[in-house]
Write a protein that binds this ligand. Structure first.
Ligand code: PMP
Length: 391
């Protein structure tokens, strides 16, 4: 019998099953206080990106609720009539928070990276991309038609050599995550900034996981590195520490004007929903007013890493901040450990290829201010218990 046009899907899914690489999205019931419920079982949720607990902060909820009076949806794309007063307020807040001239919003962080890169380079240009950058950076670079040069993770000496050999291109763009979401380590931003200046290259930094968590006022790792923010294309998302949804680019006014005119992922998509904008604006106020949230996360991360290493778990040395990878190696073993942790009442993400390179599957713990000390004790006790089965 001739195969039907969709039969290949079942075959491919079976292949993923056989390699233990099939993913399934579960139904998760969020419970404030850093917990959630899956299949009726209450778990400490160490797998989210709500690092500061702002998704359920009372003033963030109150702001989103009161903005609902203006409606839910933006009703149009920003350039038509979807850039409401709520969007303008958020743009201004983001620009002030990140100390830049201007900001532009996107439907998601993915769309912000994709739109910014494809607007800034084309087929006469070259993009230098850290090997462990987020998929949205890689996909933006691929789609841009620029020459793509992947450099080894955080290796700015290698990048220096590559830049030296690239004088013939029209434009050069270096793209990097600032805080790597699967590795919990940080890019050498000062050095990348210097390389960009030396070689007259643009520098795009994705601050998705750093915004709100790092920097003297929570402005991110660019704030900590003290690079001139108007000389950088800074991308971020509202969906991690800011507890909302949506993406943004902050930078110079001409950069943002150019993106308004050319970034297709912004131009041809509906504006962010109004409660999202209001919630994110309120979240920025909380980041600034309550530094104890990020201080707790950074302090607790140091404690958790030390304790895990004492139990002989493989936590790489360069890890900082709320994301703590525990390297396991095999995808099967990682899956087994996430199940054991779940039996212990702890939800952590098991990260497998292709999200991370082969044989580097890992457990990824992410901390949130919502957790509080009690849950950290539960987390460490669970890792201590499952260690016996792992040896
Ligand atoms: N950049 C990085 C580094 C990310 O981890 C993510 C989200 N996983 C994004 C961009 C995309 O952000 P969003 O979820 O807002 O699309």
């Amino acid at each position: 019998m001739t195969p039907g046009p969709y039969d290949w899907i079942d075959e491919e899914l079976t292949r993923l099953d056989q390699k233990t690489l099939r993913r399934r999205a579960r139904e998760v019931v969020p419970i404030s206080g850093g917990q959630c419920e899956i299949d009726g079982k209450r778990l400490w949720n160490f797998s989210g990106n709500d690092y500061l607990g702002l998704a359920s902060h009372p003033s963030v909820i109150a702001a989103a609720r009161s903005a609902l009076e203006s409606g839910v949806g933006a009703r149009a794309s920003a350039l038509v009539s979807g850039r409401t007063n709520w969007h303008v307020e958020l743009e201004q807040k983001l620009a002030a928070f990140k100390k830049t001239e201007a900001a532009i919003l996107f439907p998601t962080g993915f769309a912000a990276n994709f739109g910014a890169i494809t607007s800034c380079v084309g087929n006469e240009d070259v993009v230098f991309c850290d090997r462990l950058n987020h998929a949205s950076l890689v996909d933006g670079a691929r789609h841009s038609k620029a020459k793509l040069r992947i450099y080894p993770h955080r290796d700015f000496d290698f990048l220096h050599d590559e830049l030296r050999k690239s004088a013939s291109y029209r434009r050069k763009l270096i793209i990097t995550d600032s805080y790597f979401s699967m590795d919990g380590d940080i890019a050498p931003l000062k050095e990348l900034g210097e390389l960009a200046e030396t070689f007259n290259a643009m520098l795009l930094v994705d601050e998705a996981h750093a915004t709100g968590v790092f920097g003297p006022t929570g402005g991110g790792l660019l704030e900590e590195a003290e690079l001139n923010p108007d000389r950088v294309i800074c991308v971020g998302t509202l969906s991690k520490a800011l507890g909302s949804q949506g993406g943004f680019v902050v930078g110079s006014q001409p950069l943002c004007d150019w993106l308004w005119n050319t970034a297709r992922t912004g131009m041809f998509s509906t504006g962010l929903s109004i409660p999202n904008c209001a919630g994110a604006s309120a979240a920025i106020d909380v980041v600034i007013a309550e530094p104890e949230r990020r201080e707790w996360v950074l302090r607790t991360s140091t404690h958790v890493r030390e304790q895990l290493r004492n139990m002989n778990w493989d936590v790489p040395q360069d890890v900082v901040g709320p994301i703590i990878p525990v390297i396991v190696g095999s995808a099967d073993e990682t899956l087994r450990l996430t199940r054991s942790l779940q039996d212990e009442g702890i939800l952590v993400a098991g990260i497998r290829p292709p999200t991370v390179p082969r044989q580097s599957a890992r457990l990824r713990i992410s901390l949130s201010f919502d957790h509080g000390d009690e849950s950290i004790d539960a987390l460490l006790a669970a890792f201590r218990r499952i260690r016996q089965d792992f040896d």
